[in-house]
Design a protein around this ligand. Sequence first.
Ligand code: ASP
Length: 464
Amino acid sequence: MKRIYSSKTTQYLGKKVKVSGWVHSIRFHGKIIFAGLRDEQGLLQMVFTPKNKQVYEMAKELKPEWVISVNGKIQKRPKEMVNPKIKTGEIELLADEIEILSRAKTIPFPVDTDGYEIDEKIRMKYRYIDLRRERLKKNLKARQQTIQFMRNFLIEKGFLEVETPILTKSTPEGARDFLVPSRTYPGTFYALPQSPQQYKQLLMVSGIEKYFQIARCFRDEDPRGDRQAEFTQLDIEMSFVKQEEILELIEELFISLVKKIFPKKKITKIPFPRITYEQAMEKYNTDKPDLRKNKKDKNELAFAFIIDFPLFEWKESKKRFDAMHHPFTRPQEEDVGKVKKNPGKILAYQHDLVLNGYEVGGGSLRIYKPDMLEAIFEIMGHKKEEIRERFGHLLEAFEYGVPPHGGIASGLDRLLAIIQGEPNIREVIAFPKTGENRGLMMNTPSEVSKEQLKELKIKFEKKK
Ligand code: ASP
């Protein structure tokens, strides 16, 4: 017989089925044994009676989390046994055959609670067990539905999904790069992308007018609470667009996402407010204002766009200007003349998307004139040769016919954590690292063999 999901058994009243899964619970009720069977889709109550001696004796031995297959007949539960909390609460399976597929040690923590009460380090070490928890399964599903929705929405609008390299060259997004040593060319390194920024701009030069990617990004930032060194963005770039068109696309995308996938949620204000950076700082003293009407309402989503950011911010530690977003951001038309004279005063075509007090997206129109890009890099203290060496490919590409373009990227981890009402982004990531960038399940980062180091021609200095 073919195995079916527990959730499907409701359609088999009076019929024989085969189900497989984990022993969720066991209860002796006089001579009768009740056991819960858990599979990906939910729970099913199984009943073992002494009438069927062989099966009954086996059932007596069952322990939580053993993996079993059971054959039996689906029958209605007696009225007083009905459990309205679960899908299969009106039925049960009267077992007449059982197969033990694997046994299990006692698991390190319960999986029938929401899990917040358990030390997170232990949950992360045994993440494969932690993920048996219903709450985390729901989060993974919400994540998949969100990504699927975004993908369909954009493809329908004529966007092309393009994968860009993971082994690449440093792109300045304001963080440190993760480096990967090259074995073939000792002494040289790839960088993991902080974002696909340069590739997506190069795709505009290629004539891909509407690009998107569900992109993994890597930033070696100092451990800072609720961040991950690798994270996922919905990355978008478009040619021949005005800034407002980018905002409208994102607005439509998020409104329809919430409507379709998270219908219980209420968006505070439509269209999303557009607030200038100056207004935000003046009124809320932050560029990520929380605009919810009722902060206790877990179903409220207050989106807003922050626009008109300064192009540069003064970095006292470096004694120079740095790009507020990234150096590819285009200065506003009226301010172009001021670029060299008064860099601190220039506004940029930059836009951030904020949600309930968090930044969940950011982007800009880009500079597409090579001399303007060079001028911006120079203000940020880069020498001409260095600019050519690091960004020559982009400057050169822009000499072969580049359309005006712009885009945005939205961090999916944060977005999902907020929508799912989770206290941190680790709850919506299947295998997250700790705030200190450690993977506790596989123990990463970890040492590598001498042979691997030798091949890479890497030697460590002796500790002094
Ligand atoms: N690459 C930018 C980021 O990761 C987003 C963008 O400008 O499109 O923040």
